[in-house]
Design a protein around this ligand. Structure first.
Ligand code: PEP
Ligand code: MG
Length: 537
C-alpha cells in the first residue's frame, strides 16, 4: 500500500481505479533534417491521416449535433488542402530543411495569428479550430495521442485540471480528482463541489503511468489517496463511509423544513449550479431556489459559442424544473481561469485583472445580446432573474441594463412578448461594495461573490496555492465590505444574498444573518447540513 496526502477540497470516500489524466506536451524538434524528401512524404501521409480522422469526426458531429456544428470540422478539413498552408510547409521543409512537425508547428502559429487578428468576429472565432488542426497534424507526425478520453469510471490523477478539462469529460465516469497543483478557491474546486465529486489538491503523488489501473481509495475528508490499500485500511475507510452516509441520511428528516434560526430569522437556502446536469442535485438536496447559475460553464470545453436556441433550452429547463421558484442566471463570466479559446482573447499578464465577465461582453455585443435574448425567452417559463458579474461602477450597470433593453426590444420586434426580468449585480469588486448604496438604487438585488471580493480586496490571486496561508477569508476589510453591501441594499429595500464559497462557512452564518443577509447560495450537496446548522443558531 502507498498513500499520498494533500488538501481536501470536497469530501467523500470513493473506491475505484486510478487513471493518470494527461494532455501530451508536443515536443517539436527544431534541428534541421538531413532528408527533406522523407519529411515531405511524412507530411503528406500525416495530412491524409488527419483528413481521415476529421472525416470520422465530421460524421459523428453531424449525427449528434447537426449540420451547423459539423461545418467547423468541415472548415478544419479545408485547411488541410489550403494552398498557402501547403506552400508554406513545403518551403520550410525543402528550402530550410525543417522537420515536418516543426514546419507544421511554425505554419500553425502563423495561421493562428492571422485568424486571431482578423476583423470579422466569425473568422476570429475560427482561430482555435485552426490551431486544433495543426495540433492534430503535429501529434500525428510525433505519433502522440491528441485527446484524453474516459471510457470507464476512474479516479483521475493530474498535475492540474482546468474547468474546461472537466467539462469535456463524462462526469458520470469521474469518481474523484486528485491533483498535484490546484487551489481551494479555483473554479475547478468550485466545479467539484457543485458536481459532488471528491477533490484533493496539492498532493505529493508522483505522476507516473504506473498509476493507471491501480486500485485506489480517495478519502476526501482527510485529503488522502491510498494506492492498493491493505485490507485493514480499506475496512476502516468503508466504516468511515458508512458513518458519513448515516449522518447524511439523518439530515433527510429536515427536508422541506425552512431554515429559520431559534430567534426567528429566516434564510433562503439557494443552490449554485454550473448547468442543467446539476438540477437533480438541486431537487435532491431541497434547495429553495437557484441563487447562482454560472452560465459561462455552458461556454467551456467546446469549440464554438452556444447559439441562442441552445441557451434558451438550457435556461428554460432550469426554469421549468424549479416550478416558479427563482432561477438567477448570471450572464457570462468568461476570462481569468475560465477560458474558451474561440473567444479569441489575447493572453494577458494579469488575467484576473483583465478582460473578464461584462468587460468581455461589452466588447462582444453580439454574444452578450444572444445570451440576454435567450434568458428573456426562457423567462416566460418560470421565475428567472438576471445577474451581472464583476460590476465595478454604476456606468457598467447602466450599460448592462441598456444591452438587456435592446435584447428585449429585438424580441418584441420579432413579435414576441417577453416580460420584465429582475436585474441584479454581483458585488465582487471592492469598488462595487464601496458604492453599494448608489448601486442599490439602480439594481434589483445584490449577490455577493466573496471569492472574487476576497481576491480583489486582499490583492491575492485566488488561483495561487502559495498564497493560501495568507488568505484570510474573515479579514476585517472583507467583513466591513460585506456589512456595507448589506446596509446599501437595506437602505434601497432590495434583496441581498451571498453566493461565494464563504456563504457555506459555518463560522460566518450568524454574522451574515445579523448583517441582514437573506439568502445563502451554496453547492447543492451542502444545503441539508446548512439547514440543520441554521436551525440550531
Ligand atoms: C465569487 O466570485 O464569489 C463568485 C460567486 O463568482 P465566481 O466564483 O464564479 O468567480
Ligand atoms: Mg466571481
Amino acid at each position: 500500500m502507498e498513500q499520498f496526502s494533500g488538501k481536501a477540497v470536497f469530501p467523500g470516500i470513493v473506491f475505484g481505479k486510478a487513471l493518470l489524466f494527461t494532455k501530451p506536451d508536443l515536443q517539436v524538434d527544431s534541428s534541421p533534417s538531413s532528408n527533406p524528401d522523407a519529411e515531405w512524404q511524412a507530411f503528406q501521409q500525416a495530412v491524409r491521416e488527419a483528413d481521415t480522422q476529421l472525416g470520422i469526426l465530421f460524421e459523428k458531429t453531424r449525427t449528434e449535433l447537426g449540420e451547423e456544428k459539423a461545418m467547423i470540422v468541415g472548415i478544419q478539413r479545408m485547411m488541410l488542402e489550403d494552398g498557402d498552408f501547403l506552400e508554406a510547409v513545403e518551403r520550410m521543409i525543402q528550402r530550410d530543411a525543417a522537420r515536418a512537425a516543426h514546419a507544421v508547428d511554425q505554419a500553425g502559429k502563423q495561421f493562428y495569428e492571422l485568424f486571431a487578428s482578423m476583423d470579422d468576429a466569425y473568422m476570429r472565432a475560427r482561430a482555435p479550430d485552426i490551431a486544433d488542426v495543426f495540433r492534430r497534424l503535429t501529434a500525428i507526425l510525433l505519433a502522440a495521442e491528441t485527446d484524453f478520453s474516459l471510457t470507464e469510471p476512474a479516479i483521475l490523477i493530474a498535475e492540474d485540471l482546468s474547468p474546461g478539462d472537466i467539462l469535456t469529460l463524462d462526469r458520470k465516469l469521474i469518481r474523484a480528482f486528485v491533483t498535484c497543483g490546484g487551489s481551494l478557491n479555483s473554479h475547478t474546486a468550485i466545479l467539484a463541489r457543485i458536481l459532488n465529486i471528491p477533490l484533493i489538491v496539492q498532493t505529493n503523488i508522483p505522476l507516473d503511468r504506473r498509476l493507471d489501473g491501480q486500485y485506489a481509495v480517495v478519502d476526501g475528508y482527510n485529503g488522502v489517496i491510498y494506492l492498493e490499500p491493505d485490507a485493514e485500511t480499506e475496512a476502516l475507510l468503508e466504516e468511515e463511509q458508512r458513518k458519513h452516509d448515516a449522518e447524511r441520511a439523518a439530515l433527510e428528516s429536515l427536508r422541506g423544513i425552512s431554515a429559520v434560526t431559534r430567534d426567528g430569522r429566516r434564510i433562503e437556502l439557494a443552490a449554485n449550479i454550473s448547468g442543467i446536469a446539476d438540477l437533480d442535485a438541486v431537487l435532491d438536496n431541497g434547495a429553495e431556489s437557484i441563487g447562482l447559475f454560472r452560465s459561462e460553464f455552458l461556454f467551456l470545453g467546446r469549440q464554438d459559442y452556444p447559439g441562442e436556441d441552445e441557451q434558451f433550452e438550457v435556461y428554460r429547463a432550469a426554469a421549468v424544473v424549479m416550478k416558479g421558484r427563482r432561477v438567477v442566471v448570471r450572464t457570462l463570466d468568461i476570462g481569468a481561469d475560465k477560458q474558451a479559446p474561440y473567444f479569441g482573447l489575447k493572453k494577458e499578464e494579469n488575467p484576473a485583472l483583465g478582460l473578464r465577465a461584462v468587460r468581455v461582453c461589452f466588447l462582444q455585443p453580439k454574444v452578450f445580446k444572444t445570451q440576454l435574448r435567450a434568458i428573456y425567452r426562457a423567462s416566460a417559463w418560470g421565475n428567472i432573474a438576471i445577474l451581472f458579474p464583476m460590476i465595478a461602477s454604476i456606468r457598467e450597470l447602466r450599460k448592462c441594463r441598456e444591452f438587456a433593453a435592446e435584447a428585449r426590444a429585438e424580441l418584441v420586434e420579432q413579435g414576441l412578448t417577453p416580460g420584465e426580468v429582475e436585474m441584479g449585480i454581483m458585488i465582487e469588486t471592492p469598488a462595487a461594495a464601496l458604492c453599494a448604496e448608489e448601486l442599490a438604487r439602480e439594481a434589483d438585488f445584490f449577490s455577493v461573490g466573496t471569492n472574487d471580493l476576497t481576491q480583489y480586496t486582499l490583492a491575492m490571486d485566488r488561483q495561487n496555492p502559495r498564497l493560501e496561508p495568507f488568505m484570510d477569508t474573515h479579514h476585517p476589510a472583507i467583513l466591513r465590505l460585506l456589512a456595507m453591501t448589506a446596509e446599501g441594499a437595506a437602505r434601497a429595500g432590495i434583496r441581498v444574498g451571498i453566493c461565494g464559497e464563504l456563504a457555506a462557512d459555518p463560522e460566518m452564518t450568524r454574522q451574515f444573518i445579523d448583517m441582514g443577509y437573506e439568502e445563502l447560495s451554496v453547492a447543492p450537496s451542502l444545503i441539508p447540513e446548512m439547514r440543520k446548522r441554521i436551525r440550531e443558531l
